[in-house]
Design a protein around this ligand. Structure first.
Ligand code: AVI
Length: 300
């Protein structure tokens, strides 16, 4: 099956559409995680070892949830820098404006890059500072389970003993609720997925006939995988000038554009183990929709 990586969703338009998705009523993940952040700060502060630290965030988006943590960390008198990492320059610029307005003296140092390029730039030497790496918003779910473990192993390799990783995982739940989150009535998710084709047309000189493509969502409750597809309602021949290539699509031939993997708590603990971390704690919301799972790099 043809596939497009979901990392291409996030041009400026895609970033804006994702923000709207995060605010739409069906997309329960955002509020569940915000609620967890509000409740978990005291235990997070306890888990930090008192050294100045770097708060590094993978895929910061608009950073609205992280501001809950920043507010409480500052209130507790903690010394830290905030280093959000995101592919979207506009998202980081807006976040920067917001942070400077709210906390003008906070050490704010964003990196516009993909996760690993940014972590490579940061390197492993920390000058004795602890790292609290945030991997929020179920971004880990956009990798298959096997890829996710490989990603978490790579994150481990950038960290030092006692560093902490807080990862957001969406939990397995009522399949109807998951499907609705990726198939919202307002059509935001459909527009978000179709924006991939808009982007290809603009950036690669493509000629996808946008009216002929449909968004389709599936959720397999056994596997825990929500999957998004784009389907042409009639045969299409697509030229991509920049690649000097032509692609034929039969009617209803799908392009897989995203996986959003859901887990249960046990599976997540197993992933901590497989990636070399010591599992510390699950911070869950009251309805058990989502967990932010805290792991630590063990001391050898
Ligand atoms: C960014 N990521 C965690 C979102 C998700 O839930 O998989 C992306 C998304 N795709 C459609 N809606 C939201």
């Amino acid at each position: 099956m043809r596939q497009l990586s979901s990392k291409w969703f996030y041009d400026d338009r895609g970033t804006e559409l994702f923000r709207q998705i995060m605010r739409c009523p069906e997309y329960y993940l955002t509020e569940a995680e915000a609620c967890i952040y509000r409740q978990s700060v005291p235990q997070l502060i306890e888990a930090l070892d008192g050294r100045p630290f770097d708060l590094i965030e993978l895929g910061a988006g608009d950073g609205s949830k992280t501001q809950i943590l920043i507010e409480e960390f500052l209130r507790a008198g903690l010394k830290f820098s905030y280093r959000p990492i995101d592919l979207s320059g506009s998202a980081l610029a807006e976040l920067g404006n917001l942070i400077k307005l709210r906390w003008p003296t906070l050490d704010f140092n964003p990196i516009q890059a993909d996760y690993f390029e940014a972590l490579n730039r940061l390197g492993t030497a920390t000058g004795g500072r602890q790292r609290l790496l945030l991997f929020p918003g179920a971004n880990i779910g956009n990798f298959s389970p096997a890829e996710a473990v490989a990603v978490l192993q790579r994150l481990y390799s950038f960290l030092s003993p006692d560093d902490l990783l807080l990862t957001g995982f969406d939990l397995k739940k009522d399949p109807g609720m998951v499907l609705a989150a990726y198939n919202d009535a307002g059509g935001l998710t459909a527009a978000f997925n179709l924006n991939l084709l808009v982007r290809i047309n603009r950036e690669l000189g493509g000629n996808f006939e946008l009216d002929c493509w449909r968004h389709w969502e599936t959720y397999d409750p056994a596997e825990g995988a929500a999957r998004s597809f784009l389907l042409p309602i009639e045969p299409q021949t697509v030229h991509l000038q920049a690649l000097k290539r032509q692609f034929q699509f039969r009617a209803w031939e799908p392009i897989a554009v995203e996986i959003s993997q859901k887990y249960n708590l046990r599976e997540i603990e197993g992933m901590a183990d497989a990636a070399g971390f010591s599992f510390q704690h699950h911070f869950t919301d009251d309805r058990l929709l989502f967990t932010n799972s805290l792991w630590q790099v063990p001391n050898p």
